[in-house]
Design a protein around this ligand. Sequence first.
Ligand code: FAD
Ligand code: NAD
Length: 462
Amino acid sequence: MEHLTCKLLIVGAGPGGYICAIRAGQLGIDTIVVDQAKPGGTCLNVGCIPSKALIHAADEFDKLRSFGSNSALGISAQKPAIDLAQTVAWKDEIVGRLTTGVTGLIRKAQARFLSGPATFQDGKTVLVETADGTKSIRAENVVIATGSSPIELSFLPFGGKVVSSTEMLALNDVPDRLVVVGGGYIGLELGTAFAKLGSKVTVVEASASILPQYDRALTKPVSTALKALGVDVLTKTKAVGQGKKGLKIEFEGGEKQELEADKILVTVGRTPRTDSAGIPSLDLTMEGPFIHIDAQCKTSMRNVYAIGDVTGEPMLAHRAMAQGEMVAELIAEKSRVWDDKIIPAVCFTSPEIVTCGMDPTMAKEAGFDVITGQFPFTANGRAMTMESEAGFVRVVARASDHAIIGIQGVGSNISEMASAFSIAIEMGARLEDISHIVQAHPTQSEGLQEAALAALGHALHV
Ligand code: FAD
Ligand code: NAD
């Protein structure tokens, strides 16, 4: 067996692990990063990027379909068709370009990438089964970045027509009837995409509302759009098993029914990969299935760090990346700490939802006296010209000094405003700062300025 040593060993080359490797390499740290699959992790291979590619294709197809029936724009088009296998091949080509790019970036930073499953022997030693045989790696510092997998329901195991997001993103044909279990991020992003591609979609959600972590004002435009797309949303309804024709469900009162389905997509959350690869044998303090970390991503074991989905919510790629970059700098003995960073979240539904910082309820629960301002896109010229009038921008500010502590919004393409929302909060902007900045016209970004003005009591366009 070959024995390798390094200063930093990273297990998992997803957004957390590969960013950590690149930054560590840039800082001159002798680094090895191991992955059993292609670099890029869930995000690049079967998550963020493939889903957004499919959503884009579905939007384009849906747009063409809308031109077939009395388009207000005066555009008409012949009945469009889609070859999903070709769409998936296009998506795979983008994924290939990105994973190859990440491999190149790791190499450029002079970190070493090792391909194969890793198993912890102890907190500083890992065995990797590579194509050239087993290699033992001993490191001064270790980062656990093994990510997460889809939760499998015991009564609805994956296989046959029951699929996870991974299989759903690789289908060759659009299913006629798609039942989605779980009206959260993945269920609604993919459910909406397949409805636009022509599936008859039903979403089964156990809670009283879709996207239960968001307030009703934010989810209402999404619910309205789902209805317009012909998606049936059954809230307070649970999946209970697979039937001969599809999915067995149970309504709140106990009444049961079977929904006919060609595919059943189960998206009821993701579980951290902390139950394998020798991780349970390590002396790590856990928080349920997640690894407990402090404000520097340090675990309970000396020189063992954990980043990304294994460390809990929010399970988002950009959080994993920011943690990875911080840990590399810490190992290079730079002074870094995770100090209540704003982590924007975007749900790529139609319309999209963006949340940054505290919403009014969270602010109240945290003891803040707040004022809020909201600006609807129905009053925004650019939104009208883009046929994107659903939604709004909402600003939450401390009543005492007008410091902005939260910005949320829902609207078409509002994901591109997430950056402005985060920067405003992280840089300590007050309502007056945002309302005095000149915004380009006509843009949806004017909505942010108008929301700040609305909080001050003098919005100009409503
Ligand atoms: P992962 O990306 O899961 O990477 C972990 C890596 O570790 C994997 O490559 C795995 O092969 C490797 N690994 C695990 N165990 C071992 C082992 N024993 N040996 C060797 N290698 C191992 N987030 C967003 O921010 N925006 C989005 O739009 C978004 N969309 C998503 C859409 C879908 C359909 C899904 C499923 C997820 C989405 N996410 C999104 C979530 C995002 O993908 C994750 O938060 C992110 O990938 C987590 O990064 P990570 O580095 O912690 O882990
Ligand atoms: P989720 O937590 O977003 O949603 C799961 C939903 O399933 C919840 O609404 C829950 O109430 C419901 N549910 C649970 N058990 C059920 C049952 N038996 N029957 C019916 N409904 C049930 O989880 P997800 O959609 O699987 O996504 C996982 C994670 O991936 C997200 O939390 C997020 O961190 C990440 N993600 C992010 C993005 C993004 O940033 N745009 C996109 C996709 C995924």
